[in-house]
Design a protein around this ligand. Structure first.
Ligand SMILES: [Zn+2]
Length: 664
């Protein structure tokens, strides 16, 4: 394209153009001060507009400009062996954990950090100041918290090629507990590539109400946050030491787990991973039914209500039984145990979809295994194949909480409500259980992404079109941004100013943002390819927000900085308007206005005198030139109405400025 020379009159500000007379020659004498001859210059202008490049962290060989992990990407590894005993009389758990921690970082570590989430339930915990005892994330007024009986560290022998470094003897570790975090000073330096093995003996009293993450109800126990867990050490923040305060529960390392729980013999245990000793804890009938269920598309009862009632559900044994599980490539393990669990299962491509529930919840829950199976298949088909051998939906007091391979849900509600929570908690198997983002900072990277994928699961299960509902949610999210307490999506979890902000910023708004990106900006085909690629790239890794933003831009080939700025970094509102309409001969001139601070493409509907309509789509780039855009549209019949966002599917603030009608 050839260069067009601009005339000076256009390039300079108006004030400089006024002298029309030719300049008179300067009178002789000393030169006049520069200010009086130079034209008035405007103050410098920075590019602060919605389309300005977004300042993301500088890419490096760990996190690439494409949004993919680079050749230098590293991640720590934590493998666990846990042995625990549930004392149902004392309502107490006692355990030991052997934690094998591999330093894959390029740094020599002299201290490590562990998460002690149970400490939220100590009197005076930091979270207790934020969440009232009776509130959802409350529960601190309790004699809880981890009691660490012993803590030792042993340096594992280095790989053979390293030669010299031998295994060390176990040495006591000096610890410092800071609310829900524990610093452990290593008795030796942990060089890059070396492995330390921690041995920790611990116990805690089990809270009845565990901030809706875990707890107990009569004889039923839901055990999570039940062992000291390694904090994440990463390339972005070093040690991730943000406290557990009630929200933002997950940021954990991946590893393999072997764990065993000893419970009263009458209990049935559902947990993360694969049961290792079915011969010892299940009856022959149950084992036979399970083998059949794996191959069955429909649910098969493994334990029925009648068998619970007549005692045949449990092996004839007094005392306790130990259930052993193994799980690979997971960031956590959790389990539930009850003497009253009915148990259904079915299979999909070798994956076992299971539901455990008490007879009192059976009316709704007899469909839960089917709901689990549907959800696993839906998310696998659409985004990424489920990589784990099973999923267990478990009924109990926790109203809705996710752990690898375990989805905890409460019993009541409608069929629709139960599916909503089952498919939501199972959606978390992808975000954040497979794609291991940092929820303690960016709750939207799991709750929001999950809310988005739930949309298609719900539509699929109930065979319906939910787009009307989406319209309401989109407007709701943007309305919330108009509240005096509004915050952007990028706000860290726990730092929401209201409970409503948690719902909006972690769930609804990011969910709606992805929905709008898919349906209004990129189109389903391009969006899905990009979102799948993000999911594949960061499976079993730790993505940061920039890795997501960049991956979506990289795969779609689109500059989306304006979208991230509008939706994620600010509380900008979308408000599109029809400012004026001028019918002309064979055409109509429409002045469109972007009246808010967010930009989106425009969908413009013309209505003609004969009742017919025409939909015109304008790309977001029309707003490059400012907040008004003049569209001259050829028409061959009289225009009687013009409207933007006529069907309400663009998530926009409703302000009554969207349409024009002839004669008004
Ligand atoms: Zn969730």
């Amino acid at each position: 394209m050839r260069l067009v020379l601009l005339s000076l009159a256009v390039a300079l500000p108006l004030a400089a153009q006024t002298p029309a007379t030719p300049p008179t020659p300067a009178p002789p004498g000393p030169p006049r001060p520069a200010a009086t001859v130079a034209r008035e210059l405007r103050a410098p202008v920075a590019d602060t507009g919605i389309f300005a490049p977004l300042a993301l962290p500088t890419p490096d060989n760990i996190r690439r400009a494409s949004g993919a992990p680079g050749s230098g990407y590293w991640q720590q590894r934590a493998d666990y062996q846990i042995k625990a005993t549930l004392d149902t009389a004392a309502k107490r758990l006692t355990g030991t954990v052997t934690l094998r921690y591999t330093n894959n970082s390029p740094d020599t570590l002299t201290r490590v950090w562990l998460q002690l989430d149970q400490n939220l339930f100590r009197k005076g915990s930091v979270g207790a100041y934020l969440n009232a005892q009776e509130s959802r994330f409350g529960g601190a007024d309790f004699d809880g918290g981890f009691e660490i009986a012993s803590f030792t560290a042993r340096l594992e022998a280095a790989a053979r090629r390293a030669g010299t470094a031998a295994a060390g003897a176990a040495q006591p570790v000096k610890t410092r507990v800071d609310d829900t975090m524990m610093e452990a000073t290593l008795p030796f330096a942990l060089a890059p590539g070396r492995v330390v093995v921690f041995q920790i003996a611990y116990a805690f009293n089990i809270p009845e109400h565990g901030a809706d993450r875990m707890g107990r109800d009569g004889s039923l126990y839901e055990l999570a946050q039940w062992y000291p867990r390694m904090a994440v050490y990463d390339d972005v923040h070093g040690w991730n030491t943000l406290q557990y305060l009630g929200q933002g529960e997950f940021y954990l390392e991946y590893g393999d787990f072997e764990y065993e729980v000893t419970v009263p013999a009458g209990y049935i245990v559902a947990g993360t991973g694969v049961l290792q000793n079915p011969l010892e804890v299940l009856t022959a009938t149950q084992r036979a039914r399970l083998a059949q269920a794996v191959k069955s598309d429909t649910s098969i009862a493994i334990i029925t209500a009648a068998e619970l009632a007549d005692g045949s559900a449990r092996p004839k044994q007094a005392g306790t039984l130990t259930w052993r599980f193994k799980a690979q490539q997971v960031r956590d393990v959790a389990w539930a145990a009850s003497p009253e669990y009915q148990w259904d299962a079915s299979g999909w491509e070798g994956i076992v979809a299971q539901a455990y529930y008490r007879p009192a919840a059976a009316a709704r829950w007899q469909e839960a295994a089917r709901m689990s199976r549907f959800s696993i298949k839906e998310y696998s088909d659409r985004w990424l194949k489920y990589p784990y051998p099973q999923i267990s939906a478990v009924e109990g007091p926790v109203s809705g909480m996710e752990y690898p391979m375990v989805a905890m849900e409460a019993g009541g509600g409608s069929r629709e409500a139960l599916f909503g929570v089952v498919t939501h908690e199972i959606g978390h198997m992808w975000y954040p259980m497979i794609v291991g983002s940092d929820e303690r900072r960016y709750a939207w990277m799991d709750e929001g992404f999950n809310t988005f994928i739930n949309i298609y699961s719900e539509e699929g299960y109930f065979q319906r079109d939910d787009s009307r509902r989406r319209r309401g949610e989109g407007s709701f999210a943007l309305m919330a941004d108009q509240a005096p307490t509004a915050q952007p999506i990028m706000t860290y979890a726990n730092r929401y100013r209201t409970d409503n902000n948690l719902g909006v910023l972690a769930y609804v708004k990011p969910g709606m943002a992805l929905y709008a990106l898919r349906h209004k900006v990129l189109g389903p085909e391009v969006f899905d390819e990009a979102f799948r690629e993000y999911t594949r790239r960061w499976a079993f890794k730790h993505p940061q927000p920039a890795d997501f933003f960049r991956s979506m831009e990289d795969v779609s080939g689109r500059d989306l900085d304006w979208f991230w700025r509008g939706w994620f970094f600010t509380t900008a509102a979308l408000d599109q308007a029809v400012e004026s309409v001028t019918p002309g001969k064979g055409e109509v001139t429409v002045v469109l206005r972007n009246a808010g601070s967010m930009v989106m493409p425009v969908e413009l509907t013309l209505t003609f005198a004969d009742g017919s309509t025409r939909l015109l789509k304008y790309p977001v780039e029309i707003w490059y030139k400012g907040d008004r855009y003049t569209a001259v549209i050829p028409v061959d019949k009289a225009v009687t109405g013009v409207a933007v966002n006529a069907d309400g599917t663009m998530p926009e603030l409703p302000r009554g400025n969207n349409s024009w009608k002839a004669g008004n």
